[in-house]
Design a protein around this ligand. Structure first.
Ligand code: NAP
Ligand code: GDP
Length: 327
């Protein structure tokens, strides 16, 4: 199963991006509007929750009827870092299940030929072998800290397979690792580790206090720059024709510890105070090392932005946009 009938692979003409106001959505806007990433004949619509609450079926149907997309990039989701996930697993499960069911069915009803939805490497089984690959999504329970989000995201893959089997739909998914970049959610309690550390270091520097890294610093993560992810998602929407997901990640050798990530934030912000570790806080999943071998078979020459450069650009953006950044 999996490859789409070539007659159904027509060019995008109306691309609707759900979650177009978020971290990844703003990166796609940047690539389309500032890097000439759009193509002749393509119209791009970027939705935020102000255009439609996608947890609401009628509002979702209405916004899809209004734009009648040929292609959909489905990014909208309830998203958060480890500590928000641990607090409200039920909300992550329910909200994302509603959003995904509404979006995929509304796309089908307006005859959208392709939908690219976003999963995440944190949805893979906790007890696994490494590196993780695309075939392993359903092989065992996810880490307990974010099981609501993880099971809801896994169900997108079930949706996609069923839309293909029943209707021949080209609905697929991408699996990014931890994403970071301009327009991230820099809220310290709710956000992911890099925006959290950037915000905490910025504040600690002003107050002459230590930067408090949560947990032991030993867990390991692969980070992808939102602009690299955006460029890859554009390739997926135009040229990737499998129903099965594809991992969008830097290589396994690019994985860093949280301690190394914190040290990189210290360098990028030229932070001068002490760095301490609060080991009373959770470490979450130790690692989720993913293989990008499938991506590299398709795009062997794709050049990822070096981590330090991308982090510096993100920190510079945060400092320059401090007043208006999400925090
Ligand atoms: P984000 O910055 O938190 O943005 C979330 C987007 O979803 C926003 O545009 C938000 O609209 C929209 N949204 C949320 N609830 C909605 C609702 N009920 N109705 C309509 N729109 C709603 O998220 P992100 O980091 O860009 O994530 C994008 C996708 O990548 C998600 O599917 C996420 O699961 C996945 N992903 C993210 C990461 C990561 O590290 N960030 C890693 C792997 C996968 P408003 O702006 O109006 O609130
Ligand atoms: P995850 O990759 O899905 O687990 O989510 P996060 O992006 O929230 O990363 C969590 C990892 O970073 C855990 O090992 C945390 O202990 C560690 N960490 C260290 N400092 C922070 C912080 O300020 N915020 C967050 N969210 N995590 C932190």
């Amino acid at each position: 199963m999996g490859f789409i009938d070539s007659r159904k692979r027509w060019e995008p003409s109306m691309v609707l991006v759900t979650g177009g106001s978020g971290l990844v959505g703003r990166a796609i806007q940047h690539v389309i509007n500032e890097e000439g990433g759009g193509k002749d004949g393509e119209e791009w619509i970027f939705l935020s929750s102000k255009d439609a609450d996608l947890m609401n079926k009628e509002e979702t149907q209405a916004v899809f009827q209004k734009h009648k997309p040929t292609h959909v990039i489905h990014l909208a989701a309830m998203v958060g870092g480890l500590f928000k996930n641990m607090r409200v697993n039920l909300d992550f499960w329910r909200n994302n299940i509603y959003i995904n069911d509404n979006v995929l069915q509304a796309a089908h009803e307006v005859d959208a030929v392709k939908v690219v939805s976003c999963l995440s490497t944190c949805i893979f089984p906790d007890k696994t072998t490494y590196p993780i690959d695309e075939t392993m999504i359903h092989n065992g329970p996810p880490h307990a800290s974010n099981f609501g989000y993880s099971y809801a995201k896994r169900m997108i893959d079930v949706h996609n397979r069923a839309y293909f089997e029943q209707y021949g739909r080209s609905y697929t998914s991408v699996i990014p690792t931890n994403v970071f970049g301009p327009h991230d959610n820099f809220n310290i309690e709710d956000g992911h580790v890099l925006p959290g550390l950037i915000h905490k270091a910025y504040r600690a520097q002003k107050e002459g206090k230590p930067l408090v890294v949560w947990g032991s610093g030993t867990p390991r993560r692969q980070f992808i720059y939102s602009l690299d992810l955006a460029r890859l998602v554009l390739w997926v929407v135009r040229d990737y024709n499998e129903v099965e997901p594809i991992i969008l990640s830097v290589g396994e050798e690019e994985e860093v510890s949280i301690k190394e990530a914190a040290e990189a934030v210290v360098r990028a912000l030229d932070f001068k105070e002490e760095v301490v570790y609060d080991t009373d806080k959770s470490d979450g999943q130790f690692k989720k090392t993913a293989s990008n071998a499938k991506l590299m078979r398709y795009l062997p020459n794709f050049a990822f932005t070096p981590f330090e450069k991308a982090l510096k650009e993100t920190c510079d953006w945060f400092v320059a946009n401090y007043d208006n950044a999400r925090k």
